[in-house]
Structures are given as structure tokens and as C-alpha cells.
Design a protein around this ligand. Structure first.
Ligand code: GDP
Length: 600
């Protein structure tokens, strides 16, 4: 794909498609690709990795009937659509303070209006400062709609009955008011006077192809008009972003890269972010898919090229890419003396997203820099504290960090995982792990968990806690040897109450206190110094599993101990404190985290 110098003035805008699940993102992209294949001139189609190119002449052909409304003579060479829709993928198109994407299509099922992920998409687009327009999809589902395949919207709408037009207008009006609530002015695109102040709504059907011409013409027209500086092509060394890291048969580890500026050539020295630090390497090969002459060529058949001009999606093979970080910037270094400067820049960019704070917050692990960043931003919006944000599988360290937090703030003592699994052999130690492959789902799950724990803790009053207690079976006071055991005991420290579970000093479970009698009178508690008779519901037998003179402890659950120490420390007597210390020693043998971090 050689482009002459004069044509190189503006590069093709990079377009992403976002929206709620099932609103038609995939179908729309398929339709756009399909339409392009039909209209393109044979052999002229360039191939991209992870993206699809729609040449300008195709857009001009399609938009011919719309000339009066969208008078365009395109200077951009075309539009580059990122193939995978959705903001999980979009988030990896990072670029300092923004996005590599120049414009976005927010697909909204017009019959449903904005849904959760539509709103989340808008938030992410806002954060990354990406302008967008709305494809109000599925107009063919409007009652009474007469489909006119592939016609521009402005033509097909004229062929509809009046009540159908009114119906559509009402749906659009609903969308407009939903957007107004989010602070946007929006309007059907052909009624907009100032596109810098109004979000354009293009009614389309990804199924029938109606409105696709309007959508493409508007995208091209708006980007070349309003994003000209951004699209001005620089001849210099390539700048790009890593979309995905893959292992390819015959090529080893490769990176799929979107180049948004400059030229990438074979043998170029490149610098990029890696899981364990910056990677500097040399481009061994640049690849694009083989042209799809017929459908038999697999998408994965690659062909090498010598150079790639922005904007382009290419696969790059080079040594040492195993640890390359998806979502990291990638730059070509022309001048070796600039290595340090690039290194610092990339390091700083990555540090903003991967971080550690010594606070009580959740541990967050994600599969790429982009998704991690999107999650961090979303959690910050929700006011949820983060202790550790990092990339890669869940490790021992993550579990340890979450455990430390769990001791003090149980609600935050969790690991939230976005598309990463636990390293084999890692003991999760009872730490709650929330997993999802959808950003908003993970955020919802985290919020739900935190609220549930908070609610539960609120309900846990002092009276409901199992408190530490230590008793000794008085020799000569065994009234019944087996279930229920009835013995006389002395309370050595702390407190006992009916329903408290008991353990031996080796941690073995003995049973549960049924009743306590003090001088033949039933009492609800006994504390240090008291000698009382107790009955114990138990499978153990005196003389076999326990003996006269044995010491028993109440089996205080970890959470109860934490709540007691953190919330009711003033109720802990000196003797109870001693019991707690002994209990921790006993319980630690089974649970190394028992009582960890508590200030007693
Ligand atoms: P995504 O999850 O946003 O990628 O949604 P899909 O593209 O997978 O579409 C979800 C469902 O809606 C599929 O069954 C599509 O066939 C259907 N669909 C998508 N666009 C249209 C449309 O314009 N009209 C109609 N009637 N159905 C559509």
C-alpha cells in the first residue's frame, strides 16, 4: 500500500464501536465490512490486523444520494474501523490523556434506549475525550417499518407511513432526553445546525443496511472537518499502541499494533512497555492478513510487508515480546540518544495505571493496561479504594495483600479479577475472588460484595459475637460422660455462654455449650472466677477424648474476633485478653491468618 506524498496529508481516522450488549455492535461492523467489500474496486482493498479499512471512494459512492445534506469531498483516505467492538477492547487503545481512537460510534438499540453499558461507554468516551455519534440501531423493528435494503436513512424514511415516522421520532426523542440527563445535547443528524455542540443521532438498521450510508458519510465528514490537526500525517517514526499480545504459529510471540502516527519499517528499533519493565527490540517482521480474494483464505493467513503508514493495524514480530503489555504505547526510536526519554515517558504512563497504596482497599488484577485503567477509573468514580492495581494472574502476593486488608476492613479484603486466573499452586486462603470478563459486571459485583459485608457487620452486634472464654473441667465433677456431657467447670478467663462452641487446647472441636447452672439455677453466662455446671452437646466422651482437669476454649470465629477487637475493644477485660492470645496460638495452626494484624 504505497500512498503518494500529496495524498498523505491526512491519515484515516480510527473509529471504534461501543455500546450495550446485544444492541448490534457486531452486526453493524459486519454490515459496514460487507458493504465495503461489495462496493470496492477489485484488488484495491488493503488488509489490516484487528481493523478494517473503508476507502473514501466507497463512502463517496454510498453517500452520493445524500449530497444535498452531507456535501463531502473527502480528503481523508478512508476510515479505519477497529474490528472488535466493546469498551473492554477499546480501553486498550490508550494514548496519554486520551485514546488512539479518533471517533466512536455508540450503538444504541432504539427500541431499548440507553442501557447500563451504553452509559458506561459514554463515561469512558468522556474520560478519554473521544467524540462520538450515535447509531440508533434496529429501526427495522419499528412497528409498520417497510425495509428498503441499504438505502440511506433520509431516503428510506421518506418511504415510511406517517405513523411510522412519528413512532421513530418518539423513540429518538426518548433517546434525546436520556442524553440530556447525562449533559449532552443530541438530535437527529439531519436536523443539527452545529455539530460541535450536538451529538448526532443516525437512525440505522445493521440488519437491512438502511442508514449505513448516512453513518459513514457523517463519520468521514465530521472527522475531516473537526479533527484535521489530529489527522495530519507525520512522516516520522511510528507511534502506536499494543492491542494484543499473541503467540503465532511460526512467529512466536507477536504484538498486534495500531499505528496512529508515522511509519513503521522492518528493522526499526522499537520501545514498548513489558510486564517486568521496558522492552527495547528490533522489528523482525510486519504482517497483514492476505487479501480476502475469496472467503477460503483464512483471516489468519499473513503476508509480510516492508512498512506500514498510519493509520494501520499490523502484526509485529520481534525478539523478546513474551512480556509485552497490551495497552502499552509503542514507539519507533530513530535516534538512540532519545532512548532514555522514551523510557521515562512509557514508565510514567504505566505507573499511573499500575500502582500500590498502603491503604485498606481492594486488590485489582487485569489482563491489560487498558482494562486496568478503565477499571481503576470506574472504581474511583464509585469511591472504592484500591490498594493494589496490577496486571497478570493472581499471585501469592495479591492474596497476602488482600488478607492484610481483610483483617482490618473485611469489605475491602478481596481480589477483583478481570480476565485473569489464579497462578497454579496459589493458596487463596479463603480470600474472596470476584471474576468477570465485563467491566461493568465486575464493578457491580464489587459494589454488591462491599455492601453486603457492610450490612452484615452492622447487624453483628456485640451480643451476637462468640466471645473468648477458657474453662477447666474440675476433677471429681463429672456428672455425665457422654452426650450431653455434664461437668463442673471453673472459668479461668473470658466468658462462656450457652450455644458457644468449645475446642480443646490442641484445636480439636468438642461440642457446644447447652446450659449453664450456677448453684442449680440456670444462668445465661459465666465469667472468670465462677465455678458452674455446664452441659455440652458433644460426640466426645469424658475419659476418652477429654479428661477431668482438661482446659477448653470457646471456638471464636475469625470474623467475631476481628469485630470484637476492632469495634468493641473497650469490652475486652484483662483476663479475656490473655485468652485471646492463647486462642490465636491455637487457631493459627490451622489458619495462619487468624487474628493477624489485630491490635490486642
Ligand atoms: P452486540 O452484542 O452489540 O455485538 O450485538 P449483536 O450484533 O450480536 O446483535 C444482537 C442481536 O440483535 C442479534 O441477534 C442481531 O441479529 C440483532 N440485530 C442487530 N442489529 C439489528 C438490526 O438492525 N435489526 C434487527 N432486527 N436485529 C438486529
Amino acid at each position: 500500500m504505497k500512498i503518494s506524498k500529496t495524498e498523505k496529508r491526512l491519515r484515516q481516522p480510527i473509529v471504534v464501536v461501543l455500546g450495550h450488549v446485544d444492541h448490534g455492535k457486531t452486526t453493524l461492523l459486519d454490515k459496514i465490512r460487507g458493504t465495503t467489500v461489495v462496493k470496492k474496486e477489485p484488488g484495491e482493498m488493503t488488509q489490516e490486523v484487528g481493523a478494517s479499512f473503508v476507502p473514501s471512494y466507497v463512502i463517496e459512492k454510498l453517500a452520493e444520494p445524500l449530497k444535498k445534506v452531507i456535501p463531502i469531498k473527502l480528503q481523508i483516505p478512508g476510515l479505519l474501523f477497529i474490528d472488535t467492538p466493546g469498551h473492554e477492547y477499546f480501553s486498550n487503545l490508550r494514548r496519554r490523556g486520551g485514546s488512539v481512537a479518533d471517533i466512536a460510534i455508540l450503538v444504541v438499540d432504539i427500541t431499548e434506549g440507553l442501557q447500563k453499558q451504553s452509559i458506561e461507554s459514554i463515561q469512558i468516551l468522556r474520560e478519554r475525550k473521544v467524540p462520538f455519534l450515535i447509531a440508533a440501531n434496529k429501526i427495522d423493528r419499528i412497528p409498520g417499518w417497510k425495509a428498503n435494503n441499504d438505502l440511506p436513512f433520509l431516503e428510506t424514511i421518506e418511504k415510511q407511513r406517517n405513523d411510522v415516522k412519528v413512532y421513530l421520532d418518539n423513540l429518538i426523542y426518548n433517546l434525546v432526553s436520556q442524553l440530556a440527563n447525562l449533559g449532552f445535547n443530541a438530535e437527529r443528524y439531519d436536523r443539527i445546525k452545529d455539530f460541535t455542540k450536538t451529538v448526532a443521532i443516525v437512525p440505522v438498521s445493521a440488519k437491512t443496511g438502511e442508514g449505513i450510508a448516512d453513518l459513514l458519510a457523517l463519520l468521514a465528514g465530521l472527522t475531516q472537518r473537526y479533527l484535521e490537526t489530529r489527522l495530519r500525517f507525520a512522516e516520522g517514526p511510528a507511534k502506536g499502541v499494543i492491542l494484543e499480545v499473541k503467540e503465532d504459529p511460526g512467529l512466536g510471540h507477536t504484538i498486534d499494533v495500531i499505528i496512529y502516527d508515522g511509519v513503521l519499517k522492518r528493522n526499526d528499533t522499537i520501545i514498548l512497555g513489558g510486564i517486568n519493565g521496558i522492552i527495547i527490540t528490533k522489528v523482525r517482521g510486519i504482517f497483514v492478513p492476505k487479501p480476502l480474494q475469496d472467503m477460503k483464505v483464512s483471516k489468519y493467513d499473513l503476508t509480510p510487508i516492508d512498512e506500514a503508514y498510519a493509520a494501520a493495524g499490523v502484526k509485529v514480530s520481534a525478539p523478546n515480546l513474551e512480556e509485552a503489555l497490551a495497552g502499552s504505547p509503542i514507539y519507533v526510536i530513530e535516534d538512540e540518544s532519545k532512548i532514555e526519554q522514551y523510557k521515562k515517558q512509557i514508565e510514567e504512563e504505566i505507573k499511573e495505571v499500575r500502582f500500590y497504596n498502603d491503604i485498606d482497599g481492594i486488590v485489582l488484577k487485569a489482563d491489560s493496561l487498558g482494562t486496568l485503567e478503565a477499571l481503576v477509573n470506574a472504581l474511583q468514580r464509585e469511591g472504592i479504594p484500591i490498594r493494589l492495581a496490577d496486571i497478570g494472574p493472581i499471585s501469592k502476593r495479591d492474596v497476602l495483600e488482600a488478607s492484610i486488608v481483610a483483617q482490618r476492613s473485611k469489605e475491602y479484603g478481596i481480589i477483583a479479577s478481570f480476565r485473569v486466573r489464579i497462578l497454579p499452586g496459589t493458596d487463596t486462603n479463603g480470600i474472596k475472588i470476584l471474576y468477570s470478563e465485563i467491566i461493568y459486571q465486575l464493578i457491580e459485583d464489587i459494589k454488591k460484595y462491599i455492601n453486603e459485608v457492610k450490612e452484615m457487620e452492622k447487624r453483628r452486634t456485640f451480643d451476637s459475637l462468640i466471645l473468648p472464654g477458657k474453662i477447666r473441667i474440675l476433677p471429681g465433677y463429672v456428672f455425665r460422660r457422654s452426650d450431653p456431657i455434664i461437668v463442673g467447670v471453673e472459668v479461668l478467663g473470658g466468658i462462656i455462654k450457652p450455644k458457644y462452641p468449645l475446642i480443646k487446647d490442641d484445636g480439636r472441636k468438642i461440642g457446644e455449650v447447652l446450659q449453664i447452672q450456677d448453684n442449680k439455677k440456670t444462668v445465661e453466662r459465666a465469667n472468670k472466677g465462677m465455678e458452674v455446671a455446664i452441659s455440652i452437646k458433644s460426640n466426645a466422651m469424658i475419659g476418652r477424648h477429654i479428661n477431668e482437669g482438661d482446659v477448653l476454649y470457646t471456638d471464636v470465629p475469625k470474623e467475631d474476633l476481628e469485630i470484637l477487637v476492632n469495634k468493641y475493644s473497650s469490652s475486652i477485660t484483662e483476663d479475656m485478653k490473655e485468652v485471646i492470645k492463647e486462642l490465636i496460638k491455637i487457631k493459627r495452626k490451622e489458619d495462619p491468618l487468624y487474628g493477624l494484624g489485630l491490635q490486642i
